[in-house]
Design a protein around this ligand. Structure first.
Ligand SMILES: NC(=O)C1=CN([C@@H]2O[C@H](COP(=O)(O)OP(=O)(O)OC[C@H]3O[C@@H](n4cnc5c(N)ncnc54)[C@H](O)[C@@H]3O)[C@@H](O)[C@H]2O)C=CC1
Ligand SMILES: CC(C)CC(=O)C(=O)O
Ligand SMILES: [Mg+2]
Length: 357
């Protein structure tokens, strides 16, 4: 198979983890006789530095033409004080919108080998943890208008708008129910319907969609309770479907299930263009440039790309198994380090994965 991948390494640890994930992709391509060409394009802070924009038009064009997109992360303190319209994070929101990537799948699973690195209670961990967060990605408060900061009645006033129409809710609900059909057939819709009107509509529409999936059981939970339940006992969840903001927060929290945020991969999918694959974490400025970031979330994102984008099930599983074997053999980056294991840097742990492919 011959495929073309647009690569946006971005900022901070982005280039380090993406560089290593591409080594794994390359090794998989050689093993299975595929050809993956790559084209590096700019996004985020580095794009601002080089072009003045966090999302140059050339990047959008390259991503629209590509068979898949791989992203590292954007942002960092260097760009924290610049104008809000051109912050690195606007580049990320912009590419999601430009590619119509409305569904973000974030599978929070615990590799049993990392049970010791997981902060949750042992009896909970022993149940086996596997939660799929389905986050709406191109609507809600991150995109709603009006938004801004202005002087009202002599006071500086900041405002954003959380807005969803029924079509936006319906399409993400379908994604969640379809995902549940392939899993344990449970969907929990997370909202704040006791307070927010937008959540009332969310709940109404999710219930309507659920009628088309009679085999799937649907429950509802307020987001504050969901945040607590996720760390109290995540084994109660199968698929969680939620809005952009709640999904952003809950999926970082769900990373506790995996042992570290450096383990959680994701797929951002739409219907018009190829999908974008990215770890859920940010650019981790505190460890950038030190060769100590965990590249496994990005490597697992490549595995998700092979599966979701190219239907290469065997190849995807091979990468996942190589990651599992690496952990089984006791190799760890600092974020998942435990006593008696071998500490590796970013490049070394990738070497171990490649050896085990
Ligand atoms: N998808 C993206 O591009 C995202 C970008 N950001 C941006 O990243 C910058 C930093 O944001 P933070 O809130 O600090 O979140 P972060 O996810 O970058 O870091 C949070 C903590 O997790 C650690 N961490 C993250 N990824 C890791 C990895 N692969 N291996 C080991 N440790 C890892 C970091 O060292 C830090 O202690 C900000 O500019 C933020 O806007 C934040 C989230 C997502
Ligand atoms: C940096 C934000 C725009 C996004 C974020 O935190 C995420 O997608 O997880
Ligand atoms: Mg986030």
């Amino acid at each position: 198979m011959k495929k073309h991948i647009a690569v946006m390494a971005g900022d901070g640890i982005g280039p380090e983890i993406v560089g290593q994930a591409l080594r794994v992709l390359d090794a998989a391509a050689r093993k299975f006789n595929h050809e993956f060409s790559t084209e590096h394009v700019l996004i985020g802070g580095i794009a601002i530095d080089e072009t003045g924009s966090p999302l140059p038009e050339a990047t959008v064009e390259a991503c629209r033409k590509a068979d898949a997109v791989l992203l590292g992360a954007v942002g960092g303190p260097k760009w924290d004080t610049i104008a809000p319209e051109i912050r690195p994070e606007k580049g990320l929101l912009g590419i999601r919108k430009a590619l119509g990537l409305f569904a973000n799948l974030r599978p929070a699973r615990l590799f049993p080998e990392l049970s010791g690195a997981c902060l949750l209670r042992k009896d909970i961990v022993d149940k086996g943890l596997d939660v799929m967060v389905v986050r709406e990605l191109t609507g809600g408060i991150y995109f709603g208008k009006p938004a801004g900061v202005e002087v009202r009645g002599g006071k500086r006033t900041g405002f954003n708008t959380m807005i969803y129409d029924e079509d936006e809710i319906r399409r993400i609900a379908h994604i969640a129910f379809k995902a549940a059909m392939k899993r344990r057939k449970k969907v929990c819709s997370v909202d704040k319907a006791n307070v927010l009107d937008v959540s009332r509509l969310w709940r109404e529409v999710v219930i309507e969609v659920s009628k088309e999936y009679p085999e799937v059981s649907l429950s509802h939970m307020y987001v504050d309770n969901a945040a607590m339940q996720l760390v109290r006992d995540p084994s109660q969840f199968d698929v969680i479907v939620t809005s952009n903001l709640f999904g952003d927060i809950l999926s970082d929290e769900a990373a506790v299930i995996t042992g570290s945020i450096g383990m959680l991969a994701s797929a951002s999918l739409g219907s018009e263009y190829a999908g974008l694959y990215e770890p859920i974490h940010g650019s981790a400025p505190d460890i950038a440039g030190q060769n100590k970031a965990n590249p496994l979330a990005t490597i697992l994102s490549v595995s998700m790309m092979l599966l979701h984008e190219f239907d290469l099930e065997k190849e995807a599983l091979c990468i996942e198994n190589a990651v599992r074997k690496t952990l089984q053999d006791g190799f760890r980056t600092g974020d998942i380090m435990e006593e008696g294991k071998t500490l590796c840097n970013t490049i070394e742990i990738t070497d171990k994965v490649i050896e085990r492919l």
